[in-house]
Design a protein around this ligand. Structure first.
Ligand code: 5RP
Length: 265
């Protein structure tokens, strides 16, 4: 691996081999998502407990302090909305010059395997890899399912992750699943990071799935709503950090969640 890409990946994936990415890119198709109406305010107390931000160029420029930030994974696909016809109909939104100008540590692009836009979004990924590898910038592929949340089964996720890796993604972000998640990870030759999805019913459920995913080979998380839509986002981020970087058990992380939550009262 060339020095530049190795150096960028080392800013995202910590010496323990794990990572906690905080996505705040939801507005690119959802608009002002609950608790993310003012992204700058949302991230302020959470920055100490994440390794990178996943964000679009618009929010990066207007809401993220360039002098006191975390490494940036720039979201560079989009062009659809919640009220449009099909969330899968994405294109690439950001040029390589802009990616370099914004000093992105990595970029993220969604692929929608099995959708009407499978070919288009897989070529988005391939073309982005072609451009970014020239400059040593790693590409993270997001195996997106749009509104079809029922697709989140091992067989489908394994297929999507493997294709994304074959096309050149350096990291793949996918959903955790309760059955055979280890097979999803084993079939993917590059590191796998877990996405969050809609808010779980309680924090224990989040801690449990993250712990299980880490035990089954994921290297970390890219979790948004289950962090900043929690009533106690700092406690949640701290507890997740403990699982990702401090080998905490679910019980230990939950105790830490309660400790931090109660200390803030
Ligand atoms: C949407 C994305 C988002 O970055 C990410 O999945 C959202 O995070 P979460 O689901 O945890 O709120 O890639 O496709």
């Amino acid at each position: 691996m060339d020095w530049g890409i190795k150096n960028r990946l080392s800013k995202l994936i910590q010496p323990d081999g794990h990572c906690f990415f905080l996505p705040i890119d939801h507005g690119y198709f959802q608009g002002p998502t609950r608790c993310l109406e003012e992204p700058g305010q949302t991230i302020k107390p959470l920055l100490p407990f994440c390794d990178a931000l996943f964000v679009t160029r618009g929010v990066l420029r207007s809401c993220v302090d360039a002098a006191a930030s975390k490494p940036i994974i720039l979201r560079v696909s989009g062009g659809t909305s919640m009220v449009g016809k099909d969330l899968a109909n994405e294109g690439l939104t950001t040029s390589i010059e802009e990616i370099i100008r914004l000093n992105a540590t990595a970029v993220g692009v969604s692929v929608f395997v099995g959708s009407d836009y499978e070919h288009q979004t897989l070529l988005n990924l391939s073309q982005l890899v072609n451009k970014c590898e020239d400059y040593g910038i790693p590409v993270m592929a997001v195996t997106a399912v749009g509104k079809e949340m029922e697709k989140r089964q091992a067989r489908y996720l394994a297929l999507s992750c493997r294709i994304a890796a074959e096309l050149g993604a350096r990291v793949v972000k996918t959903y955790w699943c309760d059955k055979d998640f280890d097979k999803v990870v084993k079939g993917c030759p590059v590191p796998v990071v877990m996405a969050g999805g809609p808010k779980c019913k309680n924090e224990l459920e989040v801690l449990e799935f993250v712990y299980d995913g880490m035990q089954n080979g994921a290297i970390g998380i890219n979790l948004g709503r289950n962090v900043w839509q929690n009533a106690h986002p700092v406690a949640m981020a701290r507890a997740l950090w403990a699982i990702i970087h401090e080998n905490a058990t679910v019980k230990g992380a939950h105790e830490l969640f309660n400790e931090v939550k109660n200390s803030k009262k």
